[in-house]
Design a protein around this ligand. Structure first.
Ligand code: 13P
Length: 251
């Protein structure tokens, strides 16, 4: 059966000492609590090695927020999937809307990134989601299905089964405007049906689909209670241990 997961996306926040302190705080809090879900933090590249050194990933999983679309070579400033894997990280967020919007990531580059992540034993947390205009003009179901199809449907069923999906409506990210639990459930069910049509019901039922976008302790329980919402990808609220743990405890 699919896993329930709460994953933090720290984005471009915290210095290395601040990030190590936050990771330690979350790790200690998790050891003191019995979490009813998998818990992951995705940090800036610079934080991966020092954070990996202070946590046990059986308790708290570690991931990057991106990786390059090439394995190695003359790509100044890029960080490859093998490099991420060599830090000890196990996950990588791919296709976040901020990467698509500000750094021009396309389905083609994302397919390369997903393939390299999988080749290097990293679990992709693959993000999809519509912008406000697409929510308002009613094209959101097609837009999101297309992102899943174009980014992932080249994979074998076995490889697809290793991917975690994260539905993040762009209009809800960092805006304080959460999708309602019903809006999230409708989309998650639609995504699961899209996956089922391609890979069959069993693969679809085993795929974890996280919700992201202004998820916080006060709304997490209602979102996670929905049958197709298997957890959250948390931005702002992942930067404070108490808030992040409040979301973890929603399961
Ligand atoms: P917020 O939780 O800050 O809205 O961010 C969500 C997000 O983008 C996680 O990837």
């Amino acid at each position: 059966m699919r896993k329930n997961i709460v994953a933090g996306n720290w984005k471009m926040n915290t210095t290395v000492p601040e990030g190590v302190a936050l990771a330690k705080e979350v790790y200690e809090a998790l050891k003191a609590t019995k979490a009813n879900c998998d818990v992951i933090i995705c940090t800036p590249f610079t934080h991966l090695c020092p954070v990996a050194a202070v946590i046990d990933q059986n308790v708290l999983g570690l991931g990057a927020e991106n990786c390059a679309d090439h394995k190695s070579g003359a790509y100044t400033g890029e960080v490859s999937a093998p490099m991420v894997a060599s830090t000890g990280a196990k996950y990588v967020i791919l296709g976040h809307s901020e990467r698509r919007q500000y750094y021009g990531e396309t389905a083609e580059t994302l397919r390369e990134k997903v393939a390299l992540a999988l080749e290097n034993g990293l679990t992709p947390i693959f993000c999809i989601g519509e912008v406000l205009e697409q929510r308002d003009n009613g094209t959101y179901n097609e837009v999101v299905a297309k992102q899943v199809e174009e980014g992932l449907f080249n994979l074998s069923a076995e490889d697809f089964g290793k991917v975690i999906l994260a539905y993040e409506p762009v209009w809800a990210i960092g805006t304080g405007k959460t999708a309602t639990a019903d809006q999230a459930e409708d989309m998650h069910a639609h995504i699961r049906a899209t996956v089922a049509a391609k890979y069959g019901k069993e693969v679809a039922e085993n795929t974890s689909i996280l919700y992201g976008g202004s998820c916080k302790p006060s709304n997490a329980a209602e979102l996670f209670a929905k049958p197709d919402v298997d957890g959250g990808l948390i931005g702002g609220a992942a930067l404070k241990c108490a808030d992040f743990m409040g979301i973890v405890k929603a399961f």
